[in-house]
Design a protein around this ligand. Structure first.
Ligand SMILES: *[C@@H]1O[C@H](CO)[C@@H](O)[C@H](O)[C@H]1NC(C)=O
Ligand SMILES: *[C@@H]1O[C@H](CO)[C@@H](O)[C@H](O)[C@H]1NC(C)=O
Ligand SMILES: *[C@@H]1O[C@H](CO)[C@@H](O)[C@H](O)[C@H]1NC(C)=O
Ligand SMILES: *[C@@H]1O[C@H](CO)[C@@H](O)[C@H](O)[C@H]1NC(C)=O
Ligand SMILES: *[C@@H]1O[C@H](CO)[C@@H](O)[C@H](O)[C@H]1NC(C)=O
Length: 283
């Protein structure tokens, strides 16, 4: 664990210099400039100003959190932040309302639970809020990482983050991964179980995974569930079992008889016999 957290000292020096030395306009300028250098146009995002304001506010409030020490020895490796601007563009998560979140209450929660350190990220659907829109997905991933970076700098003794990447666009995800690790100090990557129907074993994602393997330091990948893509169903269920069952129940594509089979017997009755003659076919 000691090695894992060795980046903290350096990061916290940077945090203080950002807060004391940089005006809000230079923070914004540098975020936009770094994006442009990687060929990312953040101005395509209609909510850009709200999110930049929120990032600047995170830096401005770092004065009361920069020396904070955790209360407890637990390390939470699965924690999510939800800045208001992200909840506004993604009002539901996994079929439920996206929860509200703020840094002050979250830090109190960590204290009362005895969580001294947390590795955090946004939640599903990660940067895939605008499916099929490559430009928006790439810009959103960058903006999300800038905000995670700001939060981790604001609470340097307690917080580190997993970066988001704009998969399924592998080339751009590689660019983002490098920036997140080398410039923002991400300690790993938040990958959802599928990226717009490209599950993690998909050919389209391989160049990205190969690039992670090729990075100088060993990279941590955190795999998180997201809504499955069930193309045959008229609407996407939540990733909870209850949501999937509700989708089956409400589907017009299955007969009542099929639904009964699916709920009460085995998959073979519905999907046919397996070639190996064993249990139900795994799909
Ligand atoms: C965002 O802020 C910039 C700079 O202040 C301004 O030029 C632009 O019009 C704003 N965009 C929106 C959508 O409010
Ligand atoms: C931290 O800075 C902000 C913005 O300058 C200020 O409003 C706030 O009172 C400061 N908080 C503390 C605890 O010093
Ligand atoms: C920091 O202090 C400001 C003003 O004193 C307060 O509004 C804000 O909630 C505090 N932030 C955290 C994370 O404690
Ligand atoms: C610190 O953690 C302990 C043990 O988890 C808890 O009982 C206590 O209330 C916490 N203190 C604060 C200030 O939250
Ligand atoms: C992506 O979204 C932008 C902004 O809404 C829009 O201008 C553009 O046409 C979209 N691109 C595609 C491929 O849908």
């Amino acid at each position: 664990m000691k090695a894992f957290f060795k980046g903290f000292g350096l990061t916290s020096l940077f945090a203080l210099s950002v807060v004391k030395g940089n005006s809000s306009s230079s923070i914004i300028h540098s975020i936009l400039q770094n994006a442009r250098a990687d060929n990312i146009d953040l101005t395509v995002l209609p909510f850009l100003n709200d999110s930049l304001d929120s990032i600047v506010e995170t830096y401005a409030n770092a004065n009361n959190t920069s020396k904070r020490q955790g209360n407890g020895t637990i390390i939470d490796t699965h924690a999510h932040v939800v800045p208001d601007w992200y909840r506004a563009i993604q009002p539901t998560t996994g079929g439920n309302p996206t929860p509200s979140w703020d840094l002050t209450n979250w830090l109190s929660f960590l204290d009362t639970e005895g969580i001294g350190r947390a590795i955090f990220s946004f939640s599903a659907p990660s940067a895939n809020v605008f499916p099929t829109n490559k430009t928006l997905t790439i810009a959103l991933a960058r903006l999300m990482n800038e905000h995670l970076h700001a939060i981790s700098l604001a609470v340097p003794n307690q917080l580190q983050f997993y970066a988001h990447v704009p998969l399924p666009y592998a080339d751009e995800a590689i660019v983002e991964a490098k920036y997140a690790v080398e410039k923002l100090g991400a300690v790993g990557f938040f990958l959802t179980s599928n990226f717009e129907d490209n599950y993690l074993g998909n050919e389209a994602l391989r160049p990205f995974l190969a690039a992670l393997d090729g990075m100088e330091k060993r990279q941590i990948v955190y795999v998180h569930p997201t809504t499955p893509v069930m193309k045959d169903f008229p609407y996407a269920p939540s990733f909870t079992q209850a949501g999937s069952l509700a989708a089956i129940q409400g589907s017009d594509l299955l007969s009542g008889d099929d639904k009964t089979k699916l709920f009460t017997t085995n998959a073979e009755g519905l999907f046919g016999e397996t070639s190996a003659g064993g249990g139900p076919r795994r799909r």
